[in-house]
Design a protein around this ligand. Sequence first.
Ligand SMILES: [Zn+2]
Length: 284
Amino acid sequence: MRRLLAVTALVAVAVALAAIARGVHDEPRLGGAETRGGGAETRGGGAEARGGGAETRGSRAEERSGGTRAGAETLGDGETRQGGAKTHGAWPRRARRRAATPRVLWRSSRAVGTHSHGRLVRGVKLPVRGAHFLTWDPVRKVTPNRWWRRYGTDELVRLLLRVTRAYGRTHPRAPRVLIGDLSRPHGGDFGRRFGPLGHVSHQNGLDADVYFPRKDGEERAPRSPAQVDLRLAQDLVDRFAAAGALTILVGPSLPLRGRGVQPWPHHDDHLHVRLSAQPGQGGA
Ligand SMILES: [Zn+2]
């Protein structure tokens, strides 16, 4: 009997201990779970906050890159400072997206020297894109082109905007025109150190590369003459010739003709439009 009591007591103690242990164990676990839950929430909040931070960081980075771009432009070009800053930095993102018409800081430019040995004074930057054109980086093979490869005389930039607008309105279903390199902010050497092949000319803001439209409608440079939509390409050539281009260089594999058209190596994917060094005498 005493033994039974002892066993019962032991069992009771064991049960009690177990209960206490469970309780002790459970409570913190519950608490811990809550805490962890809270922690998770906090972490969630943190993540949100971090997300917010990322957004903030993103917009800040954008601002920064905008600032850098504006700054870099400033480096290239003292007078663009305000325009550059206004276009990239201070402009709200939504407004930037809404802007259908490209903003251009127009200045009266001067082409100095020759196409292959010259420089550009008060160059005008072609916008990164417009309703009827995109810019194309021939080195990275992406759109858009980098800002410092897009400077020309005001006359050249006007001609590019005018021709691509008229072309785009005539062919609303055609891919937008891809415009490649013009000149550097102050012109000068645009040779191999700026990318494979580089340019012999493109030195005084009077040359621009314009890629031929593709049959498949893709807004990328064609990779072979077979990909070129010859009907649209000829129309582009005709428009640049009519607009007063001095010379239009085209690839020797393409049957494109017109006033000022010359076959030239490495131009099977684009035409090279050149204006005369004398303003207003582009057709001479
Ligand atoms: Zn060219």
